[in-house]
Design a protein around this ligand. Structure first.
Ligand code: NAD
Ligand code: DAU
Length: 355
């Protein structure tokens, strides 16, 4: 792995991954971060690496074929780690269109450029020969599997059954990645991760939103009965799993990544309130998210047994560090929630008890 294209590296997980990879892999020659800087992308997340000579930021769109091909020509990537996406379920419910173009067409644009630059005979449709050592990794989500009842876990063979426009767009992209493997023999990997938490997460997502509202003594919107369950994973553990798949994963395979850490939403909210010393009276139950998935749970057996990866954070350690980070970085939070975010917040929670 010498020349790496990271897409969406100014977002939550992408920026943590850029830090992680530059730290872990000193022999990387060049890491290009291609990011459109949507509301979710923030160059403040990358201040620590901006002077690293190996790091290059490109402001652009993954759907821009010409740009993506120029970047492949110029930087001779051997690795693509594709994070860029519209990632928020609530936004996808209100405005699905952009989820389809960014998450589906954007992924296919990257795949096609990678195929054209990596295939040894790009004009021969039967050619399945590629430059040695190249890999395209699609960062996907456990949401493609749909929802679980009280029991069971998602394995890599669980049928895809997405329920939101967001998860349907991610599932569609996964199918296209699979098609590039089956049809063209492209060396691809797909990772499907559970809910991440940690530094630099945009405060539209549950944990930073609750922290931000609680610190400002604002109502905490809990959808439905608050008993929906997610499997939480520290973002650094997600980054280490991605690197493991890049280095050891078999081409064409899907790897689930989870934290073995199922929690009901209301439990997380009460935990945050107790750590920061705020009253539970801020909790406000609001109308449920349409089509809300009840429970996610990841079976990690494949990545742990085949690739030897395991999460390293306990939830107690990870959540304490995360809360501390948001408290220490309130200026970052205030910067990212100014402007467009306030307009989004009032639209999303309109007619609920917290608007
Ligand atoms: P995010 O919303 O924080 O960041 C997305 C980034 O992509 C932003 O920097 C944004 O500017 C960029 N982007 C959006 N559209 C673009 C485009 N057309 N061209 C270039 N850049 C564009 O997302 P995140 O939470 O960091 O998620 C990253 C990836 O991980 C996504 O693919 C998401 O589906 C997946 N994922 C997220 C989680 C989670 O818990 N957050 C869990 C599993 C999988
Ligand atoms: O499972 C992986 C997915 O996790 C990723 O693919 C998505 O990109 C990421 O956004 C996340 O999706 P969720 O919908 O699970 O995350 P979110 O933080 O939006 O919500 C977590 C849970 O909290 C969910 O059950 C909805 C609930 N919730 C969320 C918000 C924003 C509330 O009750 N109130 C809220 O205001």
């Amino acid at each position: 792995m010498k020349n790496v294209l990271v897409t969406g590296g100014a977002g939550f997980i992408g920026s943590n991954f850029v830090h992680y990879l530059l730290q872990e892999k000193q022999d990387i020659e060049c890491l290009v971060n291609l990011d459109l800087l949507t509301y979710a992308g923030n160059l403040d997340n990358l201040l620590r690496v901006k002077d690293d000579k190996r790091y290059v930021f490109v402001h652009g769109d993954i759907r821009d074929k010409e740009l993506v091909n120029q970047l492949f020509d110029k930087y001779k990537f051997d690795t693509v780690v594709h994070f860029a996406a519209e990632s928020h379920v609530d936004r996808s419910i209100m405005e699905p269109d952009i989820f389809l173009t960014t998450n589906i067409v954007g992924s296919q644009t990257l795949l096609e450029a990678a195929k054209r630059h990596w295939n040894l005979e790009p004009d021969n449709k039967y050619s399945r020969s590629y430059l040695p050592g190249v890999r395209y990794l699609q960062v996907s989500t456990d949401e493609v599997y749909g929802a679980l009842g009280k029991t069971g876990m998602f394995t890599e063979t669980t049928p895809i059954s997405p329920n939101s426009p967001y998860s349907a767009s991610k599932a569609s992209a996964d199918l296209i990645v699979h098609a590039y493997y089956q049809t063209y023999g492209m060396p691809v990997s797909i990772t499907r991760c559970s809910n991440n938490y940690g530094p630099y997460q945009f405060p539209e997502k549950l944990i930073p939103l609750i922290l931000h509202n609680a610190m400002n003594n604002k109502p905490l919107p809990i959808y439905g009965d608050g008993m929906q369950i997610r499997d939480w994973l520290h973002v650094n553990d997600h980054c280490s799993a991605i690197l493991r798949v890049l280095e050891k994963g078999e081409p064409g395979e899907v790897y689930n990544i989870g934290g073995n850490n199922e929690r009901a939403n209301i439990e997380i909210v009460k935990l945050i309130l107790s750590v920061i010393g705020k009253s539970e009276s801020l909790i406000t139950y609001v109308k449920d998210r349409p089509g809300h998935d009840r429970r996610y749970a990841i079976d990690n057996t494949k990545i742990t047994t085949q690739l030897g990866w395991a999460p390293s954070y306990t939830f107690q350690q990870g959540i304490s560090e995360t809360i501390e980070w948001y408290l220490q970085n309130s200026a970052w939070v205030e910067r990212v929630v100014s402007g467009d975010y306030m307009e989004y917040y009032s639209r999303t929670y309109k007619n609920s008890a917290v608007d």
